[in-house]
Structure formats: structure tokens, C-alpha cells
Design a protein around this ligand. Structure first.
Ligand SMILES: Cc1cc2nc3c(=O)[nH]c(=O)nc-3n(C[C@H](O)[C@H](O)[C@H](O)COP(=O)(O)O)c2cc1C
Length: 213
């Protein structure tokens, strides 16, 4: 089956976060959909191995912040390529706390507070259906689309995203080898990495690359 056409399905880019017993979790998703206006009901698709999924299943509550085009790409790298199990993803960014849940309020248009109604098993992922019980709009910035994320930010989707596609690893060889500390991408080059270098896999900036032997 040809899967190229799946690339033409359009999405937005979001930050979903939750808290259970003082444990924070959050990750990037592109799978928010409004299902009904009455309720209103929305759904998100979460990989079962994501820590955010574990926390949401316990707390039955989450907040989705709508990412805008002005977001610092490092926020997407942190929330989309590292796990809340190992890192405090919120510590370097501005957030507010709403009903005990941390919500990133820089580079986002606003948020939806959601209560879980139903969870549908979809093999590797869970489809979480939830009722929106509160909202807040921060500004009129343009919401980020998945196409913008790929074409302008040059970002990729990691293995656990439902829309993951294989990417070609760097085929270059050279005297210097650098590794991206966010997604593990390795690049070899004969030159030092320039200051404006951006990770082709996760979009992290040059500061996230460390020279290795
Ligand atoms: C652009 C983008 C879209 C993503 N979409 C989803 C998604 O819809 N569902 C999902 O489970 N993971 C998605 N991910 C992957 C998670 O954000 C990633 O696995 C994250 O590290 C999970 O963190 P956690 O363990 O703290 O929950 C996406 C990542 C990116 C960068």
C-alpha cells in the first residue's frame, strides 16, 4: 500500500499536560480533533508508552495548549523528544498552573481543560475521548499546523508519534562527530558545526549538540 497520501492529512500541533499526585507530565501531540460541539467533546491519540498517557489514565484530566507559530522550537524538542519520566520538561519555560496542571503559556494561543470520558484501545495507542470543561485564549497568534512544523521549523515526528515516518540518517562521514542530546541524531562532518545548525530530526538548536569521539 502506498502511504504517501497520509502526509496530506492536516493537523495542528499541541502540548498536552497532566498531573497526578504531584507528578507532572506533558508531551507534544498532533492528534487533537474536535468530535462534537455539544459537550464539547475532543479526542487525542496517545502512545501507550508515553509517560503522559500513564498520568492521564490515572488523573482522568488533562490540558491541551494550542501551539502558535512563534513558539521557541526548543519547547517542541523538549516536549516531543524527551520523557517526563526522566526530566522536568517545564523548568526552562514559562507556564501557569491550572487545576494543578502546568500549562505552557509562551508560544501558545490558549488552552482547553479536558476531563476523560472514554478510552478506546487502538493497539500501540489509546484514543482518549474527553469533555472540554473550561478554556482560555491568550492571544490572536496563528496556530501552528503540522505542515508548518515540517516545512518551516524543519521538525520531524519521533517514533512514538502516530504519524511517524522513517527518516534518512546522516550518511556523511568526517573528522568530527556530533550527537543531538534530545533525539540522539548523529552527524559527521569535516567542519565544526555552525552556530545556526538545526537538528534535522527534532529541530533542536546547535546548543543541544555535543562532540563525541
Ligand atoms: C510533532 C510531534 C507530534 C507528536 N504527536 C504525538 C501524538 O499525537 N501522540 C503521541 O502519543 N505522541 C506524539 N508525539 C511524541 C511524543 O511527544 C513523545 O513521544 C514524547 O517524548 C512523550 O513524552 P512523555 O514520555 O513525557 O509522555 C509527537 C511528537 C512530535 C514532535
Amino acid at each position: 500500500m502506498e502511504t504517501k497520501i497520509l502526509r496530506n492529512i492536516s493537523y495542528g500541533v499541541y502540548l498536552v499536560s497532566s498531573n497526578d499526585n504531584d507528578i507532572d507530565a506533558g508531551c507534544v501531540i498532533n492528534t487533537l480533533t474536535q468530535i462534537t460541539s455539544e459537550g464539547p467533546l475532543v479526542s487525542i491519540s496517545l502512545n501507550k508508552e508515553n509517560y503522559t498517557s500513564e498520568i492521564i489514565k490515572k488523573s482522568r484530566k488533562f490540558i491541551v495548549a494550542i501551539i502558535n507559530e512563534k513558539i521557541n522550537p526548543n519547547i517542541i524538542s523538549t516536549f516531543g523528544f524527551t520523557s517526563s519520566k526522566d526530566t522536568d520538561k517545564f523548568k526552562d519555560y514559562n507556564y501557569e498552573v491550572v487545576d494543578n496542571i502546568k500549562v505552557i503559556n509562551e508560544g501558545t494561543c490558549g488552552y482547553l481543560v479536558c476531563e476523560v470520558e472514554n478510552i478506546v484501545d487502538a493497539k500501540t495507542h489509546d484514543i482518549i475521548i474527553a469533555r472540554v470543561i473550561d478554556t482560555k485564549k491568550y492571544n490572536d497568534e496563528v496556530e501552528m499546523t503540522y505542515r508548518y512544523y515540517h516545512e518551516v521549523i524543519k521538525g520531524r515526528a519521533p517514533k512514538k508519534a502516530p504519524t511517524y515516518e522513517e527518516v534518512e540518517e546522516s550518511k556523511t562521514t568526517g573528522k568530527y562527530k556530533y550527537v543531538c542530546d534530545l533525539c540522539g541524531y548523529i552527524i559527521e562532518t569535516d567542519e565544526e558545526l555552525p552556530a545556526d545548525f538545526v537538528c534535522p530530526l527534532c529541530g533542536a538548536d546547535r546548543t543541544h549538540f555535543t562532540k563525541v569521539d
